[in-house]
Design a protein around this ligand. Structure first.
Ligand code: ADP
Ligand code: MG
Length: 140
């Protein structure tokens, strides 16, 4: 399988509870390398733009408000099949449905406050990485 890069976000519910290191350990244990990382406090406008694909969903307003509520850690993960592998390590969107050992099973508070974001396909990964990082910031 090809080496891929994917965009990950450690969400405000997790940064607030000081879980950045524990979540990063899960990525590294799965063979994903953190090749770029920064902590940001998104504005409502930035969070709304990032999640524009969900603008018609009933939870959009709540999601944007949550993502702009406190700092996040945005990062680029690299590895073999990184996009799908990261989704496996994250677990299902709703922690009630997430497998044992996944980030969301262990740390998520609810379907909304679910600790991590991960790109879902090669096209979205490329777009989402470019949303937060310049080429100069990606050091493999
Ligand atoms: P994922 O993050 O697993 O790719 P989606 O892309 O479907 O999930 O949704 C984006 C984010 O929107 C979720 O991670 C979660 O924070 C929020 N969300 C999804 N569904 C709901 C819901 N039913 N109620 C509240 N928030 C939700
Ligand atoms: Mg998604």
């Amino acid at each position: 399988m090809a080496i891929e890069r994917t965009l990950s976000i450690i969400k405000p519910d997790a940064t607030r509870r000081n879980l950045t290191g524990k979540i990063n350990a899960k990525f590294e244990e799965a063979g994903l390398r953190i090749v770029a990382q920064k902590r940001l406090h998104l504005s409502t406008a930035q969070a709304g733009k990032f999640y524009a694909v969900h603008a018609e969903r009933p939870f959009y307003g709540e999601l944007v408000e949550f993502m702009a509520s406190e700092p996040v850690v945005v990062q680029v993960l690299e590895g073999e099949g990184a996009i799908a592998k990261n989704r496996e390590v994250m677990g299902a969107t709703n922690p009630a449905n997430a497998d044992a050992g996944t980030i969301r099973k262990e740390f998520a508070l609810s379907v909304g406050e679910n600790s991590v974001h991960g790109s879902d396909a090669p096209e979205t990964a490329a777009e989402e990485i470019a949303f937060f990082f310049s080429g100069l910031e990606l050091v493999g």
